[in-house]
Design a protein around this ligand. Sequence first.
Ligand SMILES: Cc1cc2nc3c(=O)[nH]c(=O)nc-3n(C[C@H](O)[C@H](O)[C@H](O)COP(=O)(O)OP(=O)(O)OC[C@H]3O[C@@H](n4cnc5c(N)ncnc54)[C@H](O)[C@@H]3O)c2cc1C
Length: 316
Amino acid sequence: MGGQGRDMIPLPTPRGRLTPNRRLADLTWLRVGGPADWLFQPADEDDLAAFLRDLDPSIPVFPMGVGSNLIVRDGGIRAVVIRLGRGFNGISVAGARVTAGAAALDAHVARRAAEAGVDLTFLRTIPGSIGGAVRMNAGCYGTYVADVFVSARAVTRQGRIVTLGSEDLNFRYRRTDLPEGAVLIEATFQGPPGEPAELAARMAAQLKKRDETQPVRERSAGSTFRNPAGFSSTGRADDVHDLKAWKVIDDAGMRGARLGGAQMSEKHANFLVNTGGATAAELEALGEKVRKMVYDSSGITLEWEIMRVGEPLGDE
Ligand SMILES: Cc1cc2nc3c(=O)[nH]c(=O)nc-3n(C[C@H](O)[C@H](O)[C@H](O)COP(=O)(O)OP(=O)(O)OC[C@H]3O[C@@H](n4cnc5c(N)ncnc54)[C@H](O)[C@@H]3O)c2cc1C
């Protein structure tokens, strides 16, 4: 047993890195976020499993990918935040199946798959990790993780390594039923076949389109709100639905709106950006203001797509 938790419960001593009071702002795309009580970067899956097995059950854990869908609040997270790195980012291809570690970036997986003639091109422009992609059922251009998912491996909060199928995860729009505290460590996908050159050209076109329509070079967390009527009877998002979040935000006069360092992007009204020194509180408050303005002007209630986690600072 090694360090002391916030409330003095001893933590197990792993082989990987365990850092107390670690600020999370530099680990999130929006560059905001107070400290985690602990940040754990496991050496490998056995290290992760042993740590979770020996961790006092009263201590919560929060698995984090590369923070591209998160507002971590300014007071930080009262938990052991688990971030996978080297040791969890391998990618292998066998026929039409691609297996990737949870820390592998979606873009790298898409490229490796394409080189091997497997079409996972939809992952190319999503800036997250495979753990975050599976957990969020990430998708774009009409394809979702659920469409190509075969299975995933995870370590449960109790420290057991388990294999999960679609029936366990119950994919819905940007949601799954991953058990609380479970950490995804690997996923296998099966994509349709494609010509490597054609897949590469498609990915280049998608990148270009993103660049033209979204503030991809700014600090954001992607779409802030779901498209208001974006659910079909199968629970999938209806990307072609007329009612777009950006449109109702635009109609409510909130494109470009600012609050402190937070702004609704001029380029894409559904992107909340940190223009410099924004706090999480400013970003969240601007989002709530947008929700109110949209509701007042159209009667539509926007739902957050960005996950907001952790605690505000004490005086908020
Ligand atoms: C410019 C931009 C464009 C975007 N475009 C899209 C898009 O087109 N489509 C789309 O779906 N999303 C998009 N996003 C949002 C985001 O990239 C996705 O939701 C992505 O899947 C999040 O992955 P992440 O690794 O960053 O996860 P994080 O943001 O770190 O975490 C998100 C959730 O996943 C969980 N999680 C992460 N890793 C693990 C793990 N190993 N085990 C268990 N749980 C885990 C976290 O606990 C959290 O609940 C965009 C974001 C940005 C900044």
